[in-house]
Ligand binder design. Structure first.
Ligand code: CDP
Ligand code: CDP
Length: 672
């Protein structure tokens, strides 16, 4: 067991981009589907955990090309349009339920294959019979080591390469059905019908929606049978963004309920109505007082004005009930949570565990923990908040919360501990075995810590190819900052002006054309891009030889600089309102003119030959020397190293080292 962790209350409003891992369910479905697609798919925001690694390894052992980059959270899969290269393979699925089921159905698509599959002890006991039985009727043979028909792992699977009209008993696990559904488009004329009910409808829904996202919608007939009306390989996705894990995101929806007013947390890629059933938590949280708004690709959660009493049914998204139960300790009246009886048989008896630990911090619950211990059928919990009692319970120091090897207990109480209960920063909650969060969210407590601290503006200036964009992009990703590339602003204006017939050196013509243009901003990921009359050009459109040649003349025009200055200065407010931890803006005059009062200002340098080499290595024809000369000698806002800025020469310094240095300056400015 790991050492206990004392949670430090937040003394400042929570702010920043929540580092939520990708959803496991979506990652593993996307991996299986991408392997059945025609061509290469790049998954972004993917989860790297034991279960996803097992599926990746299995696909590789079947002959698929899969490359992954854990730091960047990306996985590249080369799909083979339904072909499975290896006719024989030995695959170990560990205790990864999705990998076990998805692969088994997937292998059935191989004509004349013979695969040996096994899982660890726990997996051998988990439901598999429904799927094997269905595949048996499709002509596959799953043989147990004793030679008889297999009902679970281990088994040898002999396959024929098609499914036919199948029926599956998925009452024990919806994954048995999901596994077959994903293979339907690759086996024309096949269908799958469910015998009886399944446990988690939202996961079946997720599968069906993902099949459609990859170009093969499934339909369901009146008799309940699913089929694919236009079968064929899935369409590869140039880039498929895996949704952040909705259950993990719930702690960051709850956090602004317990941290000081003015909190503003961004959850990138989170969308209500997304693929995961647990996104319904957002609606419940709103009824309970949360302020959540959609902002570009994600949501922003602001301080809850209050935590309101209420009565909530968590049956369909019960993994998130622990989040609300802990937030409820700060409510203005009783909070009743119903429909959670089945969670008494999960990682631990979650209702009993929650009741016991809430009582430990002084909160009264009904039924009480002893009533729950006596009656296994009780299926709800009402939280009666009482701050005075909580202060009494923690009067002698932090209360140690037991976690019962349940990651969700650790994370929900960890979030509650961020509340400044005594108003003086004294910690009052300590988490036993914090490492148990590793099951789904290894970096949970550092992700919480990343949201402490003041809003910081970073100005990055320097000549062409001095490393401004790479450094700023990496810094933004590491710290959750909004990234604004003002070089791209000047390029966008240049492209717009050239496209409208203006000449780079015609001041009057440029001023006239500018008066008819409208600037706006759009955020993708962490980057804010300039749009002119609603159009945001692509990177390659911004880096043509024509734009390279004209941009510095255009940028020397006072009318152009005046046009952009207001837009650039407004970005700090946009970053603040968007929940970012701060802003990194790069260009030539950021620390001198646009944000001379930025908390952190750096000037990047590299010697001229190194910069020429870098651009040449990127295959770009770009008159760097010319531009630098014009940029530093023009009358308005010339490029300078702003007085007081930190100079970083990176001729010999790698990107990571530069980012480390700037990140340390930001941490100091943020007071982290
Ligand atoms: O990427 P690279 O450093 O080559 O150039 P950029 O950052 O895309 O900037 C293109 C041009 O825009 C520069 O050469 C400057 O003429 C102009 N610029 C500027 O005048 N002021 C800024 N704050 C940013 C760029
Ligand atoms: O934005 P700016 O024009 O200042 O430069 P960049 O596009 O970030 O970087 C130009 C090239 O230099 C890229 O290919 C970077 O990978 C490389 N670079 C480097 O080699 N070492 C650094 N410390 C920073 C950038």
């Amino acid at each position: 067991m790991s050492d206990p962790l004392v949670i430090r209350p937040f003394l400042l409003p929570a702010r920043g981009v929540a580092r939520v891992p990708g959803s496991k369910s979506v990652t593993n479905r996307a991996l299986a589907i991408a392997a059945l697609a025609d061509g290469e798919t790049l998954l972004t925001g993917a989860l790297f955990s034991r279960d996803t690694r097992i599926l990746i390894a299995a696909l590789r052992s079947l002959g698929f090309e899969v490359s992954d980059d854990e730091k960047a959270r990306t996985i590249r899969v080369r799909g083979l349009g339904g072909k499975i290269p290896a006719r024989t393979a030995r695959i170990h699925v560990g205790n990864a339920g999705t990998a076990a089921r998805f692969l088994t159905a997937f292998l059935a698509l191989s004509p004349g294959g013979r695969y040996e599959l096994d899982g660890d002890e726990a997996m051998r006991a988990r439901p598999m019979a429904g799927l094997l039985e269905a595949l048996h009727r499709a002509g596959c043979r799953a043989t147990a080591p004793d030679g008889g028909p297999a009902t679970g792992f281990p088994f040898t699977l002999e396959t024929v390469g098609r499914l036919g009209a199948l029926e599956v008993d998925a009452s024990a696990s919806s994954q048995l059905l999901s596994a077959l559904l994903m293979t339907l488009p690759l086996s024309p004329g096949s269908s799958v019908r469910m015998r009886g009910e399944t446990v988690s409808e939202p996961f079946v829904e997720m599968t069906v929606r993902m099949c459609a996202q990859f170009g093969r919608p499934l339909t369901r007939a009146a008799d309940g049978a699913w089929s694919c009306p236009a079968p064929g390989p899935y369409e590869a996705a140039k880039e498929y963004a895996v949704e952040p894990d909705a259950t993990a995101a719930s702690y960051f929806i709850g956090l602004p309920a317990v941290t000081p007013p003015g909190s503003c947390v961004r959850i990138g890629g989170y969308a209500e109505g997304g693929l995961q059933g647990d996104t319904a938590f957002a609606r419940v949280a709103e009824r309970c007082g949360a302020r959540i708004r959609t902002d570009g690709p994600g949501v922003v959660v602001e301080s809850w004005p209050k935590v309101a009493a209420g009565d909530f049914d968590f049956n369909a998204f019960s993994d998130t009930f622990l989040t609300l139960a802990t937030v409820a300790a700060l409510a203005d009246g009783p909070v009743r949570i119903r429909g959670i009886g089945h969670t008494r048989k999960q990682e631990t008896d979650r209702v009993l565990a929650m009741a016991t630990e809430l009582e430990r911090i002084g909160v009264r619950v009904a039924p009480t923990s002893s009533a729950l211990r006596d009656d296994a059928c009780l299926s709800e919990l009402t939280v009666h908040p009482d701050r005075e009692a909580m202060r009494r319970a923690a009067a002698d120091g932090p209360v140690r919360i037991r976690t019962y090897e349940d990651h969700r207990m650790a994370m929900s109480f960890g979030m509650l501990g961020c509340h400044d209960l005594f108003g003086d920063g004294r910690p009052w909650i300590e988490i036993e075995d914090p490492a148990c969060t590793g099951k789904t969210f290894p970096g949970f407590f550092s992700a919480l810590d990343a949201l402490r601290g003041r809003f910081v503006r970073v100005a990055v200036d320097g000549g062409a190819a001095s490393g401004k964009s790479s450094t700023s992009r990496a810094l933004a990703a590491r710290l959750g900052l909004l990234h604004v590339d003002t070089g791209a602003h000047y390029r966008t204006i240049t492209l717009a002006l050239l496209g409208r017939g203006a000449r780079a050196d015609d001041a009057a013509g440029i001023a006239r054309t500018l008066s008819g243009l409208r600037a706006s901003s759009s955020v993708t990921g962490l980057a804010a891009r300039l749009a002119i009359d609603g159009v945001t050009p692509s990177d390659s459109e911004l880096r043509t030889p024509e734009v390279n040649a004209a941009v510095s003349s255009v940028a020397a025009q006072p009318a152009v600089r005046a046009f952009l200055l207001g837009h650039q200065r407004a970005q700090a407010e946009a970053a603040r309102a968007g929940g970012f931890a701060g802003l990194v803006m790069e260009g030539r005059d950021i620390g001198s003119v646009v944000m001379p009062d930025a908390e952190v200002r750096v000037f990047l340098e590299a010697d001229a030959a190194a910069r020429e080499r870098r651009r040449a290595a990127e295959g770009m024809l770009d008159p760097i020397g010319n531009r630098d000369r014009m940029d530093s000698t023009r009358a308005v806002s010339p490029m300078v190293c702003p007085p007081g800025a930190v100079r970083i020469d990176n001729t010999e310094l790698g990107l990571d080292a530069v980012v480390d240095r700037v990140a340390a300056l930001v941490a100091a400015a943020a007071g982290r």
